[in-house]
Ligand binder design. Sequence first.
Ligand code: ATP
Length: 626
Amino acid sequence: MPETSQAKSDNWWLIKRLLRLIWRYRGNSLKVISLQGALLCLGLAGLTLTGLGIDYIHYSISESGITEQSVAYPAGKFGFTVPRHWKPMVAIATIAAAILAFAILRGLLNYAYTISLNQLVQGKLVVDLRGEVYERLQRLSFRFFDANTTGSIITRVTSDVQSVRLFMDQVVIQVFIMSVSLTIYTLYMVSLSPSLTLACLATTPILWLFTTVFSRRIQPLYGKNQKLVDRLVQRFAENLQGMQVIKAFNFGNDQRAAFEKANENVFQQQRSIFWRVSLFSPTVGFLTRVNIAVLLGFGGWQVINGQLALGSGLVVFAGLLEQFSNQVNQVANVANSMQQSLIGARRVFEILDAPIEVKDVPHPIHRPAISGKVSLRNVSFAYNGTQSVVDEIDLEVPPGQCVAILGATGSGKSALMSLIPRFFDPQSGQVMIDDIDVRQLKLEDLRRSIGIVFQESFLFSNTVAANIAFGHPEATREQIEKAARIAAAHDFISALPHGYETILGENGNTLSGGQKQRLAIARAILLEPPILLLDDPTAAIDSETEQEIFTALDQAIAGRTTFLVAHRLNTLKRADTIIVMERGRIAQRGSHQELLQQRGPYRRVAHLQLADTGDLESFYRKGDFE
Ligand SMILES: Nc1ncnc2c1ncn2[C@@H]1O[C@H](COP(=O)(O)OP(=O)(O)OP(=O)(O)O)[C@@H](O)[C@H]1O
């Protein structure tokens, strides 16, 4: 398909989708549109009364002989008339009072309209849509987050959702109001003078043409603008997260310059949009003003020749034309909002439509109690679908056993572990728990049976207790403290100013690395899961604290199937089985003693560490090595 027709059909698809979305709010939209309808009627009534008033004054002047021209008694429109027996001042005061009453009513209705519209778009549409996007983000797999930057995701949930709102209030409702009012104004004008209507509206087709060209030109600019904003937000978020590195490497000025550049790019892009929009609105304004000149010339001539009444004819016509022009002027805003909302909507729908790769099968197996047997059968996995980072792995772990994983960085240890809680699904082979393929197990049951501690753990800006009970808010204080004791965290928590109720800073930045990891361990073991995944939890911790944690963890590991990524011999020795990974494959497997007896990577690592600590000789003396 050529690019333009592809873009056109894309836009149509988006518009249809947006209309379906808005259809959900038809009740409230109808209320808003009805209020606008009432405002339109009141406006017309006020205008008609003004025309009647002027005609009546004109008539009264001619009757009193101030002017020689004879004027016909004003004919009422829409039933508005002045009874012939009324005194002139009474009639004029009554008309003025009626105009005032309509104006007050209009003001009140306008207020109701603004409130209803705001409730509809901000209180309903935006809130619902944001909720849906958030909900979807929770269910999307890690692959989505690898492919999209945090900055882009944040702008989609914030400003792009607001752009979708524009489609409702600035496009759909506006177009509806515009079509109805333009039709009514045109009919009213035709009823007053068909020839004057034709003359005054002659410029309208040029206006439509101009608007179409404008829309086509502006849309790609909005698209580019969103991308630049994404980049700006991303840079900002990274700067905040990496503040420590920036300061440590004295890179503040360069980062500031880079940020300013991104900021400038957004500004330049917005300026180029602003230039076009600023040029478009006055041009449309000028075209509509041409009509007013025509009205004065041609309409004035009709009044002088007695073909048109002064008030209910020319003045009302002028009022209608003014309203007509105001509505047509909105075309520029509508076209602008339309392009903005289509760009935003496309980005929001990209999230709502992103495939949920890891999800429950239609009738998943419900297993609240799992014994913890884990089997991997010929499992291969590639992040990108082609290059395996886990390659044909077979592993059988009976319930309650501890498997330690050793391997060089990038050998696939984390990738292997991430297949057990289904952070990813393997391309081939099966991961089984209690002899059930994890893809058949209810995802909630699966994740509930697994406690995980990552290399670096994220803590929320909440209390210590809430962080430990994260994911299990129903946990009692007793359970929380028990988990903290097992993770050797109770003592330092008790020493905090408010103990378990101490509020942590963002990502627990008021704690040390070791303290954070201990909270993460407490969080993982809180509900005593049958399976524990410990992905090098002490990587960033000194060996003394590591020993302290692992001594405490012995109690947690006992009786649970545990996968433990570790590098230090003292930790590895605790495992029933050790597997050594190399480029996604298991290069060696066995117990500590068995592996020490074999030539291979494990023995090399052991050798190096023992030499480092000065224990190598004593090992040889004890005959641990061949
Ligand atoms: N999200 C990802 N997308 C694509 N490739 C990835 C992703 N995460 C890791 N990789 C790559 O997959 C391979 C295995 O990574 P993995 O994190 O499993 O290694 P690891 O053994 O746990 O390393 P480390 O000890 O450094 O944590 C590496 O080559 C890595 O570059």
